[in-house]
Design a protein. Structure first.
Length: 350
């Protein structure tokens, strides 16, 4: 039977989140019931509750960086058992038949993936995310958390981690690769660590030198402030891959000129205005621009396994449910190093 659980939701666009209860579906044949331990706060959560990217489904329970343990399994489940450490990322269903799904890229499902929250499931019911004590998900859309990863530090890997890892894998990043990371927030701080662990020479490009010491600690070889006019001239042709994690608009032509022959600019953040560039910025170095959207299930599992082997986890600040609105304000102003995670046990007492 369906059951109710405590949660925090935004009742309307832009409204503060508040305690509520939501209904979770019964644990079906291939479902697992997860007792949530931690849920990361992604910048996407902030955009979604404000309906920045289009109308949302309200009340909205955000959260797509979920870690916890399996509390129950359906009779047809084969991948997991009660007590297993698992995670749920940005999607909870897809068509499973299209080219993208069959290749393990469910995020690009031709029929559209079902997001962990702010989406409609196969029955037309809204999906609710991880700002809650429990979630029910088809076993196919859960991933296993390696024992070497702490559940709080693993939570942001389910979105931010795979978002930076997947394009680095696709671009065959290896010792000798030269990678620039633009911005060093939730995405960027993991991009630096992961690229460094893959053997790349990493440079952080940021508006100021405020996070320089952190970047070097994460494995960056260099940190340059883009506010210095000479930076773009000095670094011309220096990189094989640029990961842009920022949401503010940038001078795309200037960044493209930083790429060497066959270099790629990978957009991971969503700028607040359309980006433009001159075609010669691509043609003169046979450069490419690409976008990349979080990760499929197999990609997410590879990210977790890689981070476990490499000793990588997100740098987190743990908060309680009652601090969510304050955390949203701090996230809006950039006052977090580098990811908030919510102690899910606090939902039950709020």
């Amino acid at each position: 039977m369906p059951f109710t659980v405590p949660a925090w939701a935004a009742p309307a666009p832009g409204a503060p989140l508040a305690p509520t209860t939501i209904t979770r579906r019964d644990t079906g044949d291939h479902d697992i019931l997860i007792e949530i331990a931690y849920t990361g706060i992604c910048h996407t959560d902030l955009h979604r509750v404000r309906s920045d990217w289009g109308p949302g489904i309200f009340p909205m329970v955000p959260g797509h960086e979920i870690t916890g343990t399996v509390a129950a399994v359906g009779p047809g489940v084969t991948r997991y058992a009660v007590g297993d450490r698992v995670g749920v990322g940005c999607l909870v269903d897809s068509c499973r038949r299209c080219r993208a799904c069959l290749a393990g890229y469910e995020q690009y499902c031709a029929r559209g993936h079902t997001a962990t929250y702010n989406s409609l499931d196969r029955h037309g019911e809204p999906t609710y995310g991880g700002y809650s004590t429990h979630v029910v998900v088809d076993e196919h859309y859960a991933v296993r958390i390696p024992d070497a990863l702490e559940l709080d530090r693993a939570a942001p890997l389910l979105c931010a981690g795979v978002t930076v890892h997947a394009p680095l894998v696709r671009r065959a990043t290896a010792p000798g690769s030269r990678v620039a990371v633009v911005g060093m927030g939730g995405l960027g701080h993991l991009g630096v660590q992961i690229a460094h662990a893959m053997g790349a020479e990493v440079t952080v490009l940021s508006q100021s030198l405020r996070k320089r010491d952190d970047a070097l600690r994460f494995g960056a070889k260099a940190f340059r402030a883009t506010s210095e006019a000479e930076v773009f001239e000095q670094l011309a042709g220096s990189f094989d891959v640029i990961l842009s994690t920022v949401s503010a608009g940038i001078d795309l032509d200037a960044y493209l000129r930083l790429l060497d022959l066959d270099g790629a600019f990978v957009g991971l953040g969503v700028p607040d205005r359309p980006s433009t560039f001159g075609m010669f910025s691509l043609m003169l170095g046979r450069r490419t621009i690409e976008g990349s959207l979080f990760g499929g299930i197999a990609e997410t599992q590879r990210t977790l396994d890689f981070c476990a082997r490499s000793g990588i986890g997100a740098e987190t600040e743990t908060i309680t449910a009652g601090q969510i609105n304050e955390a949203f304000e701090r996230l809006r102003s950039g006052d977090v190093r580098y990811r908030f995670v919510i102690d899910a046990s606090s939902f039950a007492s709020s």
